[in-house]
Write a protein that binds this ligand. Sequence first.
Ligand code: SF4
Length: 322
Amino acid sequence: MIVKNNYWQWAQWLTFFVSLLVVVLMFNDSFQFISALPVGIGQRIFWDIIIFSAPMIFLIIPGIWRNICPVGYLSLVLTNLKVNLDDKPYNHSRKLLVIGFIVLVLLIPLRHIYYTSIIEVAVLLTTGLIALLSGFIYKSKSGWCNGLCPLIHVEKLYGIKPLKSFNSIYCKTCSQCISPCLDLTKNDSLSNLKEKSMFDRVLFGGFPGLIWGWFQVENHSGLIEFKTIIQTYQIPLSSMLITFVLFELFRLIFNNKTSFSLELVFSFSAISLYYWYRLPQIIEAVYPYSMEVQILRLIILGFLVWWYFIRANKQIAWLTLD
Ligand code: SF4
């Protein structure tokens, strides 16, 4: 678990310190202890740059992200210091993944209700703490990176035909902390993930609906009542259910023979919907010319069509071992 490659190490420290800086800036958004900084700059960097570019990174180079993610780095600090319990969660690894997935699905709509920077900072710090604890309890990457991390599901959804595999910097030799390992498993016909579990089918089938539904809901302001929470979850969760049912219907109609193509279509729909709706929100805030925004939308859509359906189907693993 010790990283020896200097370039990767620099990249890890860089992402880690950038993350800390963004957290401080988000704190400042609420408390204005550095009055020279524009209000909201931390949140803008976090949502409009980091979160906005995350799906593209997961799509193209998930392996790089798996090596330099700051939360993953934090989760392995205690392992690198040899201070951990090294529990192998073979029996409950699926439970950790399911918990992470449920947290993800619950957190996404909640952002329409709680969107002040101090609450977001609290969520980020809690996430860091849980990552640290899971790294203390479980062996190597099985607690967080291949377990509780909510983003592993987004990586699975988008990273189904990445550009290339990268060397795993944490696992020079495999200590078999988990099986199957999501980092190493290829999405090819030999893969033990070839038969998607019901859980994976909910992810692939449901996400286009969840994303579409999320963009149909306005941010809530004012008193938070039970009714508000129901309204916030209603459309995203029902549209998630609808696209999941569609996914299952297609699977039955095509007799499960084209399952990878079906996953490609649903993965493509999810990421396309995200950028289709999110791009204008970001660009128009600084450059309010709708014609250019439409052109940019079409360029991104064209790129995604090429990436998913025209480019050769290279179903490779995110990471490899030396
Ligand atoms: S390569 Fe081995 S040690 Fe590393 S995360 Fe995968 S199973 Fe665990």
